[in-house]
Design a protein around this ligand. Structure first.
Ligand SMILES: Nc1ncnc2c1ncn2[C@@H]1O[C@H](COP(=O)(O)OP(=O)(O)O)[C@@H](O)[C@H]1O
Ligand SMILES: [Mg+2]
Length: 327
């Protein structure tokens, strides 16, 4: 099957007074129709900037996509005009964020906001858009959809607002849904319901999903394929089974160990020591080396390549890559 999205050597940098922040620094990945790709990593690793680059929503200045290719549906997004890009956003690619309140306008009703999106992207009149809107609210499991379409965002709970966002995002049948920490602000029960809903919708509508989260439990539940990011780069990629069965990069191992689970009590929770590097002072060699329990001399000197280790697995780590000429 052909790729729906192909990202090659994406580099997105921020030019600040203090220096250049290489937020995304040579990222590659691809996604097929109907597939769910999980992007994981601690806060500040470049997950959101990766997705905002795909949407071409990087604030410029200070940010800029300085290199790479983003091919979506056989079109190079980086060469499209802003007007062409606007057609793709919301139509072919939709996005949902962590905090739905910031993307919903408090002074307009839920219905008018969803209808506006529908009328903008599909050539429907007001009446048809209202029907489509109610249909979408029903689809995402909002009770009494026909009544609440005239309610305002503040009349909804966080979980209901996130459902509204999903309804809005999916109302134009996008081929790709980018979900950036879609359930992080919600309590666990609601989180589980929203994830279940996304799964159902994906099966019904065959939407590809780029799911960004710092929560490995969420990707385990949802993703087919996972990329792990650290300091603006991909450090490991694998399908969901291989990654959880046998993580290769010490960073991935650390993330998995710090994931709370029911068998483990909180006081035995391992957390990766240290913290993500200052983006203005990423250490030379492997960016993870100051925190790595297996660090070797070479790790401080030279950045390992992202190398295939069989099947669809790749890892960026000197433990798994032989350096030419080294013993
Ligand atoms: N507007 C901005 N100006 C400067 N640096 C930014 C800006 N937005 C993001 N960054 C930097 O880019 C890096 C990656 O951020 P982000 O993609 O948001 O991380 P996360 O993985 O948590 O989503 C961080 O180091 C962050 O400080
Ligand atoms: Mg983020």
């Amino acid at each position: 099957m052909k790729n729906l999205l192909e990202v090659k050597n994406l580099r997105t940098h921020f030019y600040t007074e203090d220096g250049i922040i290489p937020a995304v620094d040579g990222v590659d990945f691809s996604l097929k129709p109907g597939q769910t790709l999980g992007i994981v990593g601690e806060s500040g690793c470049g997950k959101s900037i990766t997705s905002m680059s795909v949407m071409r929503l990087i604030p410029n200045p200070p940010g800029k996509i300085v290199d790479g290719q983003i091919t979506f549906d056989d079109r190079n997004l980086l060469t499209l005009s802003e007007a062409e890009m606007r057609k793709i956003r919301g139509n072919d690619i939709a996005m949902i964020f962590q905090e739905p309140m910031t993307s919903l306008n408090p002074v307009f009703t839920i219905g008018s906001q969803i209808m506006e999106a529908i009328m903008l992207h599909q050539k429907l009149d007001k009446k048809a858009a209202r029907e489509k809107c109610i249909e979408m609210l029903n689809l995402v499991g909002i009770p009494r959809a026909a009544e609440i379409v005239d309610d305002y965002p503040h009349q909804f709970s966080g979980g209901m607002r996130q459902r509204v966002m999903i309804a809005m995002a999916l109302s134009c049948n996008p081929k790709l849904l980018i979900a950036d920490e879609p359930t992080t602000a919600l309590d666990v029960t609601i989180q589980a319901q929203i994830l279940e809903l996304m799964k159902e919708l994906k099966e019904k509508l065959n939407t590809a999903i780029m799911l960004i989260t710092h929560d490995l439990g969420v990707v385990a539940e949802m993703a087919d394929y996972i990329i792990v990011m650290y300091a603006g780069r991909v450090v490991e990629e694998a399908n969901v089974y291989d990654l959880f069965e046998a993580p290769k990069h010490p960073y991935t191992v650390g993330l998995l160990n710090s994931k709370p689970n029911l068998q483990r009590t909180a006081d035995r929770l391992e957390v990766i020591p240290g913290s993500v590097p200052n983006p203005l002072a990423i250490p030379p060699g492997c960016a993870f080396n100051p925190r790595c329990p297996h660090v070797m001399d070479i790790c401080r000197e030279e950045m390992p390549p992202l190398e295939s280790i069989g099947g669809e697995r790749k890892v960026r780590c000197w433990l798994h890559t032989k350096k030419e000429g080294a013993k």
